[in-house]
Design a protein around this ligand. Structure first.
Ligand code: IVH
Length: 706
């Protein structure tokens, strides 16, 4: 088509050509930037690029989110194009025990009318811990790659998929004309470590595990970034097909391999339940040496005819199940207990460990929560770990459940050094020396230094600029620490005066320079207008999190109105009457919160807040049309691990869309959002026929109303 003059292209042709140019140019970028082995010479490359731009000039509405013109220097679009999967992308039911697997086998046999002694072949394959992709090949050529999304609609990541060396742009001959390959993009552990080291050196975001790194690398609007990331791929399933691949699962996967797709070598036929369990143990024993993360073994009925008969139950096939590995633990030595001071002055003990690999990730820290936890007491004084306390020098068993900070499961008393002593929780703040007190009924010990404690000040500033608060890009933890140490920033308002007061010095700063200074000032400038909710949350007032900030914003509508009321209640004796009733009458705002809010905003922090208000515009809340929201009035439950946002954020966003978030599933629940590791709640929802969706689907749902 390249020879048809651009003006003569029909809209349809233009669209098709833009799609193919996006792929060709992405491939060329990859050859040039990553493989260092360009296929096109510069002139050819420029010609394609120009043609792409010319078509876009005639049909601006056809410009693709992954348009090659926007990749070089130009603005990067904010989102991926959505694509509908020709065949739904399914997920898998989980089995956590041999009993669960037995039940799986029994159900299948019952369904098919087989007895226990009838032969039934399964295939066992490792469950790769990455993110699933659907690759659509037409006549052997990759025409589209999409993420799973909500199973029905995913994101178009074609240009990025082409950057993955494992994913062929062309298949070997002999495959079906239409072939949708399903599989997992993942990162090998050593590649992940190397990537993180590189990211760290450049002061860029590091990832907590290979799966997050893989997901973050695929979901890049700039495919050159994807190209620089060491992604891999295993094919294990398929969607739409113009003709069958084979009669069995194992042969179908073999066909995929013949067509040039990488498949996992550990897949094997298992004739029945006992063989499945034996294979599970075998794969589990090899897990640590594989070089990539797996989180279980997937069992599939081998005969594709039987798979068809068994069919699908809502979003999961009856013919497959994922037998998950238990959370991995490892023993290591507790070298020290250190205390970190947070922005509210909380003293948090952290275990410094002899580095150890747990679940494919090196762990050297674990949370110790608080004084009681170390002493072997739970929140209500009940013993935990059968009352065993934790001491420096102990051999401890650590585990990682999902993405969370590692925890200590237990200690090995037999290995306790004879001279060890119980840990004594500090009575003073290790950062400023002020007294540290633990109030009655509180499990947390706090520094009483307030504004004189430098760490609290820095942590508050970090919180102030963080993503859910002012969200100031280019002003990270390192800069805050540096600028605070230089006394350029000691309170939030100083951030907005930085350019005026320190602009010239900042531009000359070592390791920074004019460009990054002006980038920083632009990011700060961008946030001069801020929503009431974010501004309030950013202040980091104790007990006033995102949720409370959202509630207060929607009830008071303007920051001034809130302050007017607060000033009237500055005196604790005046905390009664209609103003007080209004405040504590807000569903979700209790007296402790209200007191903390008033004490802070009418107390020593007020002058700093007033200075901030002089530097930024805190927007009033407009009337919302929550009634129109699809989520309005819905009762939503979150369960399992959320990967894209914190629970808090999820809850706040749900509530600001008019939904109510509760902790337990009942017949009244409208929707359950289940992340990985969702257990009994998701099960219960299924039993009660409550709709269960995953985080991606939730994001789509919530995005569609904002
Ligand atoms: S089969 C029809 N096989 O696990 C079933 N999935 O928890 C489609 N996964 O969404 C999936 N390894 O992303 C299948 N060998 C494997 C897998 C696998 C990893 C992922 C996949 C899926 C998720 C379900």
């Amino acid at each position: 088509m390249d020879d048809v003059p651009v003006e003569n292209l029909s809209e349809e042709e233009a669209k098709a050509e833009l799609a193919s140019l996006a792929i060709r140019l992405a491939r060329a970028d990859y050859d040039y930037f990553t493989r260092d082995d360009p296929d096109l010479d510069d002139a050819e490359y420029d010609l394609l690029k120009r043609r792409n731009r010319d078509i876009e000039a005639i049909y601006p509405h056809l410009i693709r989110p992954d348009s090659p013109s926007s990749r070089i220097g130009g603005p990067i679009s904010e989102s991926f194009e959505k694509v509908a999967h020709a065949d739904r992308m399914l997920s898998l039911d989980n089995a956590f025990s041999e009993d669960d697997v037995r039940l799986f086998d029994t159900r299948i046999r019952n369904f098919l009318g087989l007895t226990d002694s009838d032969p039934l072949d399964y295939v066992a394959e490792p469950k790769i811990d990455g993110l699933s992709l659907s690759l659509r090949y037409e006549d052997g050529r990759l025409v589209q790659a999409a993420t799973r999304g909500n199973g029905e609609v995913g994101e178009n990541v074609t240009a990025n998929a082409l950057m993955i060396v494992d994913i062929p742009a062309m298949l070997n001959r002999g495959g079906p004309n239409v072939l949708e390959v399903r599989g997992e993009a993942y990162m090998r552990q050593e590649d992940f470590e190397e990537l993180n080291a590189r990211q760290g050196e450049h002061g860029e975001k590091t990832f907590s595990n290979p799966r997050n790194a893989a997901a973050g690398s695929i979901r890049q609007l700039d495919s050159r970034i994807t190209a620089s990331r060491p992604l891999r791929f295993f094919a294990y399933a398929w969607g739409e097909l113009s003709e069958q691949l084979a009669g069995t699962q194992i042969e179908a996967v073999e066909r995929l391999a013949e067509l040039g797709l990488p498949t996992n070598p550990l897949g094997a036929i298992c004739p029945g339940l006992d063989a499945l369990i034996a294979r599970y143990r075998d794969i589990e024993s090899r897990r640590a040496g594989l070089g990539y993360d797996i989180d279980g073994v997937v069992y599939k009925v081998n005969d594709l005819g039987l798979q068809d008969r068994l069919g699908i139950r809502s979003t999961t096939p009856r013919w497959a199940i994922a037998h998950k590995f238990p959370a991995e633990t490892a023993f290591t030595r507790l070298n020290a207990i250190e205390i970190q001071v947070g922005r509210t002055g909380a003293l948090s003990p952290v275990a410094r460990l002899e580095p150890v690999h747990v679940g494919g990730v090196q762990v050297s820290n674990a949370t110790l929560h608080n004084e009681d936890y170390i002493a072997g007491r739970g929140t209500s004084g009940n013993p935990i770990r059968e009352g065993r306390d934790i001491r420096v020098g102990d051999r401890v068993e650590v585990y990682r459940a999902g993405d969370v900070i590692p925890k200590i499961k237990d200690i090995d008393l037999t290995a306790r050094p004879a001279d060890s002593v119980p840990y004594e929780f500090p009575k003073t703040c290790p950062e400023c020396g002020s007294r540290a007190v633990r109030e009655e009924g509180d499990s947390v010990t706090r520094c009483t230094g307030g504004l004189i404690c430098p760490v609290q000040a820095v942590e508050r500033l970090k919180h102030f600029v963080s993503r859910n608060a002012f969200d100031i890009e280019n002003l990270g933890a390192k800069q805050i620490e540096q600028f605070h140490a230089m006394e350029w920033i000691s309170e939030p308002a100083d951030i907005f005066l930085l350019e005026e007061n320190r602009g010239a010095e900042l531009a000359k700063l070592k390791g920074s320079g004019e460009k990054s200074a002006s980038r920083l000032f632009a990011s700060i400038h961008k946030r001069k207008n801020i929503s009431f909710q974010r501004a309030l949350f950013a202040l980091g007032i104790r007990h006033i999190g995102e949720n409370a900030s959202a509630l207060l914003a929607s009830h008071y509508r303007s920051f001034d109105a809130l302050l007017l009321d607060i000033d009237e209640m500055a005196d604790p004796d005046s905390r009664c009457g209609p103003r007080w009733e209004h405040l504590v009458g807000i569903d979700g705002i209790g007296e402790v919160m209200a007191n903390s809010l008033i004490d802070t905003l009418a107390g020593e922090a007020r002058s700093a807040v007033d200075r901030l208000r002089d530097s930024v515009v805190i927007e009033d809340v407009e009337e919302t049309e929550n009634a129109e929201s699809e989520l309005s009035g819905m009762i939503v439950v979150f369960t399992g691990t959320l990967e894209k946002m914190t629970r808090k954020e999820a809850k706040t966003r749900a509530e600001s869309a008019g939904a109510k978030v509760t902790g337990s599933v009942s017949a009244r629940t409208d929707l359950v959002v289940a992340g990985p590791g969702a257990g009994s709640k998701a099960k219960k929802a299924n039993d009660l026929n409550v709709k269960v969706i995953d985080e991606e689907a939730w994001l789509t749902l919530i995005a569609s109303r904002s």
